[in-house]
Design a protein around this ligand. Structure first.
Ligand SMILES: *Cc1c(COP(=O)(O)O)cnc(C)c1O
Length: 469
């Protein structure tokens, strides 16, 4: 038998086989026209990933409440379920069943009445959940007004200037008049103080927040509730409350079980929470839960048979992946009340540590005296920080990879700037110590050299409060 020459061995390698990753990943991407030809999966993976290299590191992004860590088992579970369309309950009845199980557990966690029928939905986030809550109240208000033969043309909703942007979207998208109680420097929450100027017979609901976006505080839920009781006594008009518990919904029940912010208050008819915030599921998952089935008008429910079998749909979105819902079920089973309590306690303690370190540095004043969720909202103490602002601090620590939100407060507290740090459960004490060191060093550097970042323009549609006190 003739021996193969070494030249022959080399010649079996085709030009494609000789391509190294360096050649293959160096393909120009057509930016203006749709790509004519494809590429190998390896090249596509490498190209897409390389474009994201300069994105922020999600673990260091402390401007966001959204979960960035899950256990390997949870990842495995997500991969197994992410291609199941949640809108197809006929094919995936057990996946749909996990949604109702979570709704029932949340109804229990939020102290829904035992004799009520729990009702609610998984949504793509709290935004969709808020819209559904708002819609339910708009429909209930309108039906009651029609029954009484009264005008239904001018619904309004009352809330504080500290609301998350979704409520401003809701008001505009669904044609509800905004009655937004302005903030003022030093008070960043909705209280009962000015409600008499805002609430009337056309108020579909009052939205109060548990764990607000700006300072992490809760609105004065009990005081607002009591004020609405007195208002009903005085006028005969009964106004429901919706609680935006995007963040607080997964913290209050665990850390402050005696605090009444939820369905224990009879006027609270609906609550939303973000499964992808302190529910500890990656994006996107939200929840809306109603006190009872009857709060959600049956006319908002559609029945469709496109996917085989009949399916009820009452969300703004139709198709979506099932993984986030399955993961919420996993987390609830995995952690239980006990596990969530420990996780949230660590997060709040770490936030407390950071807050004390930064206040003790002398550079900062704390904005939230009544903190329940692990958010540290600070404003610079101008007596010590004379030549730089909150935006400078945010930009300076960005050099280390930290992303901290700096912003001016909503109307009428827009003269106050805030530096906000969201402590999520993956941030341990060690990391918080590093962060505190880096912020202190940034402030010392800026004290010496001065800052030069101009606060960005406000794009809020309500730069000043739409209704004056
Ligand atoms: C995050 C947040 C929202 C919006 O929720 P998404 O889950 O991002 O859609 C609404 N309200 C509050 C108080 C929030 O913190």
């Amino acid at each position: 038998m003739a021996q193969k020459s070494s030249a022959e061995t080399v010649s079996v390698s085709t030009p494609e086989q000789r391509l190294t990753p360096y050649d293959e990943f160096n393909i120009p991407i057509p930016r203006e026209e749709f790509p004519e030809q494809g590429m190998s999966a390896r090249a596509a993976l490498a190209l897409v990933n390389s474009e994201c290299w300069t994105d922020a590191n999600p673990m260091l992004n402390l401007s966001s409440f959204v979960t960035t860590y899950i256990e390997p088992e949870a990842k495995e579970l997500a991969l197994q379920h992410f291609h199941k369309n949640f809108a197809d309950p006929d094919m995936y009845p057990h996946t749909k069943g996990t949604e109702f199980q979570c709704v029932k557990w949340l109804h229990d966690l939020w102290n829904g009445p035992k004799d009520a029928t729990p009702y609610g939905s998984a949504t793509i986030g709290s935004s969709e959940a808020c819209m559904l809550g708002g819609l339910a109240h708009k429909w209930n208000w309108r039906e009651a007004r029609e029954k009484a033969g009264k005008d239904t043309s001018r619904p309004n909703m009352v809330t504080g200037g500290n609301v998350q942007i979704v409520w401003k979207k809701f008001l505009r998208y669904f044609d509800v008049e905004p009655r937004i109680v302005p903030l003022r420097p030093g008070n960043y929450r909705l209280t009962a103080e000015h409600l008499d100027k805002y609430v009337d017979e056309n108020t579909i609901c009052v939205v109060a927040i548990a764990g607000q976006t700006f300072t992490g505080e809760d609105d004065d839920i009990q005081e607002i509730h009591d004020w609405l009781d007195a208002y009903e006594k005085r006028t005969g008009i009964s106004i429901p409350m919706h609680i935006d518990g995007a963040s607080g919904g997964f913290i209050n029940p665990f850390l402050y079980p005696d605090y009444k912010w939820d369905f224990r208050l009879p006027r609270v008819q609906s609550i939303n929470a973000s499964g992808h915030k302190y529910g500890l599921v990656p994006p996107g998952l939200g929840w809306v839960v109603f006190r009872d089935r009857k709060i959600f008008n049956e006319k908002l429910v559609f029945y469709v048979n496109y996917l085989g079998g009949e399916a009820a749909t009452a969300t703004l979105n139709f198709s979506k992946g099932s993984a986030a819902i399955i993961l919420q079920y996993y987390q609830m089973l995995r952690l239980g009340r006990d596990g969530y309590t420990r996780v949230m306690r660590h997060a709040v303690e770490n936030a407390g540590y950071l807050r004390n370190r930064l206040v003790d540095s002398g550079f900062f004043k704390i904005m939230n005296e009544t903190q329940r969720i692990p958010v540290v909202a600070l404003t610079l103490d101008k007596t010590k920080a004379k030549n730089f602002n909150e935006f400078d601090v945010s930009a300076k620590v960005r050099e280390k990879g930290w992303v901290l939100a700096a912003y001016s407060m909503p109307a009428d507290a827009q003269s106050v700037n805030s530096l906000r740090i969201v402590i999520r459960p993956h941030i341990n004490r060690n990391t918080v110590e590093n962060l505190a060191d880096d912020i202190e060093r940034a402030c010392e550097f800026l004290s010496k050299h001065g800052g030069n970042v101009k606060p960005p323009e406000l794009h809020d549609p309500y730069k000043t409060s739409p209704v004056k006190c």
